[in-house]
Design a protein. Structure first.
Length: 385
């Protein structure tokens, strides 16, 4: 039986790199309230591990919690591996042979650094640069002086912490290198040793390609089309891969898109697969710059991703004639999220067709008066032309 862990604080833990790292209270709450959605995307009737709960083991089948470690666990599958979750699982009684070694954790952290994405972009330039205009790879900066010169050169700049994901750890400059920005960049460099910088581009559409590494091979799993809000994750479209390709083809040809996919896969097979097993996502976007262009290597997320989760939800649960959105909702005021869910449920009654999700509102996580975070889907029948 598999033990699943929803540890969305994984990116924070990688940056901290301390086994005794404690996630921010907001991240802990998000993990606790939204972890049950994993039962909709897992491969078996597994057990959920909630590390900060008094009863940390939750059975998907019965949704009953227990303090006792189930004896049947023979596999552990977290959202992402880092020293913090490995220690928490060890202290919960998980057998050592089911956990990654210190060396494996160090390798994962090294590969998760944004330098890997910059190296991948250089590879894409070498392989595709003659026929496909690509933005420059992100630059690694080791001082605030270098950062100030980068702003002077490019004016509109995005700075990224080497360890961050889902829009976190980003700083912006628009021609002015203010004292506040200087302090923030100095703090990132002090904590993480450097900061990444790249010109800020006019994004038209975010998307990702999702992959799985297994036995030193890489398999393309599918696309992810997602939306951001205030530079953070907001939700995914529940569409087929073919529909996502057609949507993206208004800006880039499907032929070029698949050429990028195959080239990214080659890089992953050479550089990632020998040392990593599991899901990973490569974020990309279409941008406008004297026409429409593509950034095919925004970041590499060495973990399960919301995009992959959306892909699995669509494939496993949606009726062939249904489309929709998979969304994260946050409402800090007590009762607001419950009221929101009640309203959506009345406005969009949930309907199954032939045993699969067809239309309406469905919450994928429990919602009570005190709930602040929830995942839900909002579905509708396809409109056939």
């Amino acid at each position: 039986m598999t033990l699943y862990v929803f540890n969305p604080e994984h990116d924070y833990a990688l940056a901290n790199n301390d086994p005794h790292f404690v996630a921010p209270a907001s991240a802990i709450r998000f993990a606790d309230e939204c972890a049950p959605f994993l039962r909709h995307i897992t491969e078996d009737e597994g057990i959920l591990f909630l590390p900060y709960q008094e009863k940390p083991f939750l059975t998907f089948q019965t949704m009953e919690a227990s303090r006792e470690l189930p004896a049947a666990i023979d596999r552990v599958c977290p959202w992402g591996w880092d020293p913090s979750i490995a220690l928490q699982l060890r202290e919960a009684g998980i057998a050592e042979h089911l956990l990654p070694t210190h060396e494996t954790l160090e390798t994962i952290r090294t590969l998760a650094h944004r330098q890997t994405a910059a190296r991948a972009m250089r590879f894409l330039h070498q392989q595709l640069g003659n026929g496909l205009p690509l933005p420059s790879p992100a630059k690694l900066l080791a001082s605030t002086e270098e950062a100030e010169r980068f702003v002077q050169q490019w004016r509109d700049v995005i700075f990224k912490s080497p360890y961050s994901g889902n829009g976190r750890g980003h700083l912006y400059a628009h021609g002015l290198f203010s004292p506040t920005l200087q302090r923030q960049i100095s703090g990132v460099i002090r904590r993480q040793g450097a900061i990444m910088a790249e010109p800020l581009l006019d994004v038209v559409q975010d998307f990702a390609m999702e992959f799985r590494c297994q036995d030193r091979k890489v398999r393309f799993c599918g696309y992810s089309l997602f939306n951001t809000l205030h530079y953070g994750y907001a939700g995914n479209m529940l569409w087929t891969d073919e529909a996502i390709e057609q949507h993206l083809s208004q800006w880039i040809s499907i032929e070029k898109l698949r050429m990028i996919r195959d080239t990214v896969l080659r890089f992953l097979e050479d550089e990632i697969a020998p040392s990593y097993q599991g899901y990973l996502g490569v974020d990309m976007f279409i941008y406008q710059d004297n026409g429409f262009k593509i950034n095919p290597m925004v970041e590499i997320n060495l973990r399960m991703t919301m995009g992959m989760a959306s892909h699995i939800l669509h494939k496993r649960h949606l009726h062939p004639d249904a489309i929709g959105t998979f969304k994260l909702e946050y409402r800090p005021k007590p009762g607001d999220l419950l009221l929101r869910a009640d309203q959506l449920g009345r406005q969009h009654p949930f309907i199954r067709k032939e045993g699969r999700w067809y239309s309406g509102f469905l919450s994928l996580t429990p919602i009570t008066e005190m709930t602040q975070y929830a995942f839900f889907v909002l579905l509708q029948p396809k409109v056939h032309s």
